[in-house]
Design a protein around this ligand. Structure first.
Ligand SMILES: [Mn+2]
Length: 377
């Protein structure tokens, strides 16, 4: 097709404009073949903005939040924060497919077009905890300490709260145990709102096979251990459950003993639907401080294929986001999104995008209700 006009894109004095080329140009060479138009040289403009104006720049923090090295005493003293993002790149306690060690990076990439509503809160990304992949005992001690250090820093708005809260990006689900241990030190016992297709309260001798204590701490037993350590209240609740249990009666009995009630994935199809699920969760936790843990496998694999232990029959991303947003008003003292294994994601990075948006919703709950630290701190 013969173009009717030949234009060059030039920049003049900071403004952009389409201009006809200044040099005479024939679209055909002397043999009558089309030839490429010469590109007009761009004028260098010293006033052009190279600082702002694009999300496609810099290192990838969650939602482009500022990075603070929260592990450095000097940096944390000057760059104060109220809510911190902390990655937990760990996946050596899974029973299914590994890969969640890349979860924090995958969620950050999925979050690049998200816009965090800060309101009163200073929110930063602390990067990832430094965790060995060779020794789980050491890795958990490293993660325990990382949570305690990050939550011990002075806040930016100390009149509102003196204790920073943390949104953790997992990591396999056992990483939640470190968050709960730290939360207990800062806030006392909390109710856990646990979105997952699995109950994760299995007795270590059942799911770990009783081989060793080391084997018994894994991504299906951490809530049992959290209960045994006295970290959580018996007003906790699972939501989205659908995976089969190992021992039909005793697993559920033990789950109750650990302080949990169950909302199944299929409860969403009952008459009250989403509204009933939201009220049941709110009723269950009452006025207690809550920790919200979202295992991405609560979503159906159609919406979140990139996870280690996928279970068909789960909620859609829209349903889950509606439920989480419906929890506004609860005092959320910490939260996480875990079990994202980007290597199993599709080309559209569906799981990473979903996890990032879930993270954003969790942050919104935390910003909506500031929580003063209790007497324990
Ligand atoms: Mn889980």
């Amino acid at each position: 097709m013969k173009p009717s006009a030949y234009l060059a894109y030039v920049i003049i004095g900071g403004a952009t404009a389409w201009e006809f080329p200044k040099v005479a140009f024939s679209p055909y060479d002397h043999d009558g073949n089309e030839q490429q138009q010469p590109i007009a040289p761009l004028e260098v403009d010293d006033n052009i903005d190279i600082i702002t104006g694009s999300q496609f720049h810099g290192l990838k923090t969650f939602a482009n939040l500022p990075y603070v090295n929260c592990f450095s005493d000097d940096e944390a003293a000057t760059k104060r924060y109220d809510i911190a993002i902390l990655g937990a790149p760990f996946d050596t306690s899974v029973t299914g497919r590994p890969g969640a060690r890349y979860g924090p990076t995958g969620i950050r990439i999925g979050s690049q077009s998200e816009d965090v509503l800060h309101d009163w809160a200073t929110i930063v990304d602390c990067g990832d905890a430094r965790l060995t992949w060779l020794d789980n005992n050491v890795a958990f001690r490293q993660l325990d300490k990382s949570h305690k250090v990050v939550s011990s820093r002075p806040t930016a708005n100390s009149t509102i709260s003196k204790t920073p809260r943390i949104l953790t990006l997992g990591g396999d689900h056992a990483t939640t145990l470190s968050a709960l241990r730290s939360a207990f030190v800062r806030w006392g016992q909390v109710s856990v709102i646990h979105f997952d297709s699995h109950i994760d309260t299995w007795r270590p001798d059942v799911l770990g096979g009783g081989i060793s204590d080391y084997a018994g701490l894994n991504h299906g037993t951490f809530l049992h251990i959290a209960h045994e350590e006295g970290l959580i209240r018996n007003t906790s609740i699972h939501a989205g459950i659908r995976a089969p249990v190992i021992r039909k009666n005793s697993d559920i009995k033990n789950d109750k003993r650990c302080g949990f009630e169950i909302i199944t994935a299929r409860d969403i199809g009952k008459a009250g639907g989403i509204a009933d699920i939201i009220s049941k969760i709110k009723e269950r936790v009452g006025n207690s401080g809550v920790y919200i843990s979202v295992d991405i496998d609560v979503l159906d694999p159609a919406f979140a294929p990139a996870t280690g232990t996928a279970e068909p029959g789960g909620w859609s991303t829209r349903e889950l986001l509606t439920i989480i947003d419906g929890l506004r008003g609860l005092p959320v003292i910490g939260a996480d999104v875990v079990e994202v294994s980007p290597v199993y994601d599709n080309k559209g990075e569906t799981t990473g995008l979903a996890a990032a948006h879930i993270g954003l919703s969790l942050l919104s709950l935390m910003v909506a209700v500031p929580v003063k630290a209790d007497a324990n701190t």
